[in-house]
Ligand binder design. Structure first.
Ligand code: CFM
Length: 554
């Protein structure tokens, strides 16, 4: 094992050698595939290297990814408090997608619906798999209606449902029709988000968003948006992030009309088309919704990031610049100025201890990028980063969108055909106004991806697996490793502090200025605690047996 010193001063040659060495363990076919997903971030002519992403994980590899159902039910619909989300499947699917990433919600009053403390499931058993589960599903929908009288019920298909062919959409239509005929105003719709439907969670986001777009967005035309009204897309209120962002923007006079989908409600989705700007936090999970809203209703979109102080201030200024009112622009500056002293104080305290430390980030489809800003502010260096399931545009920027090959797995996920709404399409800015803003340096629809923000002597790795994660930790000994619960204990057993960036462990919020201060303190505590160096597994103290993996060469 190389020493820490050596690997702090590594060259790109060392990184390429390491890549070769790690890939040698694989059978040649697997190595060839991984070689396209395991990149040294060497830019040629200013362009990051092409990376392969959004392709199937090779069976046998212990991936960090989750399933399509997790992306649909857990990620997109899970944080909505007033839709009853029924999982049609075995009990584990419902249970393990229930609040595990700590998405929070704040009902407006005691009478407000909040179904998030419940996990609804049809609890499929062998009997249902053999004889079909539609009857049970219809019963479950009726029961949920009888007990809770919600305004909407969503049904999620799991793997066995797809395998046995239960028609969840027919069940939803039938019960909805029946209840509507009895005078009940209820919306019921299904999601064909079987776990295996796509190569990762990403397919589930798409299925969820398509259905919300077709069944809910635009249903409420009576909403009266405020003067500065935006939608926040791709912000899921993990650890209360969305609360911090909302408070910050409200103080400036900017109203969040609808959030997809942190702290969200059915009514928010229904009135989403009335806002004047869409701001995208997590590009991966939702950029296509912004595109569809622009085409159908004329709402432009911009990329924002509220993780990191500089990015937060930049995002606030961008929103103000879009609306263009002097009063708003000044108010935003005032709020930023109010927040900065606390940030500067925290940084003055922690930075002497965090400066020069190193991090690795392997998270979903956007956080591995956004959180690097916070580490930069602490003077920390990102040695390696990557996404579990992002697409090439999240790595290389939207400029590669036209070059992405559509494979059979992507074709499996429906692309909605959207046109301008004949009655409600209203461009929020004229072409001249847009051109004027762009001339001032304002960027619509822009996202440059993770690679161009990372140093050219770092590693960018798609769909990192357990073997590679272990090796990276052994070679580089980073001061902190950021990923999820599946990685947490393996990494900690190697004596490296591990921070969950999905659920934030028990911490957060980390968004905005206040969140940044929380994050600085948490990371300072982790990277400077000596407890990790005391960690020794029993077999490290008394090695009795040793073994290596054997890969079958084909
Ligand atoms: Fe977007 Fe997310 Fe993420 Fe994501 Fe996720 Fe998540 Fe994530 Mo876990 S929507 S891509 S599917 S920012 S649940 S809130 S933390 S993997 S990086």
């Amino acid at each position: 094992m190389a020493t820490k010193d050596k690997l702090v001063n590594f060259t790109n040659r060392d990184l390429n050698d390491l890549k070769e060495e790690l890939l040698k363990k694989y059978p040649p076919k697997v190595a060839r595939k991984r070689a396209k997903q395991f990149m040294v971030n060497e830019a040629t002519d200013g362009n990051p290297p092409e990376i392969q992403a959004n392709v199937r994980t090779i069976p046998g590899i212990i991936t960090m990814r989750g399933c399509t159902y997790a992306g649909c039910k857990g990620v997109i619909l899970g944080p909505t408090r007033d839709i009853v989300n029924i999982t049609h499947g075995p009990i584990g699917c419902g249970f393990y997608s229930w609040l595990t990433r700590r998405n929070q919600t704040k009902p407006e009053s005691n009478d407000d619906w909040n179904f998030m403390p419940y996990a609804f499931s049809t609890d499929m058993s062998e009997h249902d798999i053999v004889f079909g589960g539609e009857k049970k599903l219809k019963q479950a929908i009726r029961e949920a209606y009888e007990i809770f009288k919600p305004k909407a019920i969503a049904i999620f298909a799991t793997c066995p449902v797809g395998l046995i062919g239960d028609d969840i959409h027919a069940a939803a239509r039938e019960v909805k029709q029946d209840l509507n005929d009895k005078g009940v105003d209820i919306n019921i719709f299904g999601f064909s988000c079987e776990g295996y439907k796509g190569v990762s969670q990403s397919a589930g986001h798409h299925i969820a968003n398509n259905q919300i777009f077709s069944h809910v967005v635009g249903l409420d035309d009576d909403a009266k948006p405020a003067k500065y009204s935006i939608n926040m897309l791709g912000e899921y209120n993990i650890g209360g992030d969305a609360f911090v962002i909302e408070e910050l923007l409200n103080r400036c006079g900017i109203e969040i009309n609808s959030t997809f989908s942190g702290n969200s409600t059915y009514d928010q989705f229904a009135r989403a088309h009335t806002a004047d700007l869409n701001c995208i936090m997590c590009h991966r999970s939702i950029n296509y919704v912004a595109e569809m809203m622009e085409t159908k209703f004329g709402i432009p979109w911009i990329k924002v990031n509220f993780l990191g102080v500089d990015s937060t201030a930049k995002s606030m200024r961008k929103i103000a610049q879009y609306f263009g009112d002097k009063e708003l622009i000044e108010k935003v500056e005032e709020v930023i100025a109010e927040e900065m002293p606390a940030v500067e104080m925290a940084l003055a305290d922690i930075k002497p201890r965090t400066e020069g430390k190193t991090a690795m980030l392997f998270v979903g489809g956007s956080r591995a990028h956004h959180y690097q800003d916070l580490f930069k502010e602490m003077g920390m260096r990102t040695l390696a980063a990557g996404y579990e399931f992002a697409h090439r545009d999240d790595y290389e920027g939207r400029r590669v969108l036209g070059d992405i090959k559509v494979d059979a797995d992507s074709r499996n996920i429906e692309e909605l055909e959207v046109e301008a709404c004949p009655t409600r399409f209203k461009p929020r800015k004229t072409e001249e106004e847009k051109a004027q803003l762009e001339a001032e340096g304002f960027e619509f629809k822009g996202y440059d991806g993770i690679m161009s923000d990372m140093s050219t002597d770092s590693l960018v790795i798609d769909d990192l697996n357990q073997y590679e994660a272990d090796e990276l930790v052994k070679r580089f000994r980073p001061d902190v490793f950021c990923a999820g619960i599946k990685e947490k204990f393996g990494i900690q057993k190697m004596g490296i502090p591990m921070k969950q960036l999905h659920s934030y462990d028990s911490g957060g919020p980390y968004a905005g200025f206040k969140g940044a201060v929380n994050f600085y303190k948490e990371i300072d505590r982790l990277v400077n605690s000596r407890v990790w160096s005391f960690m020794k597994a029993p077999w490290e103290k008394n090695p009795e047996l040793s073994a290596t993996f054997v890969w079958e060469n084909n």
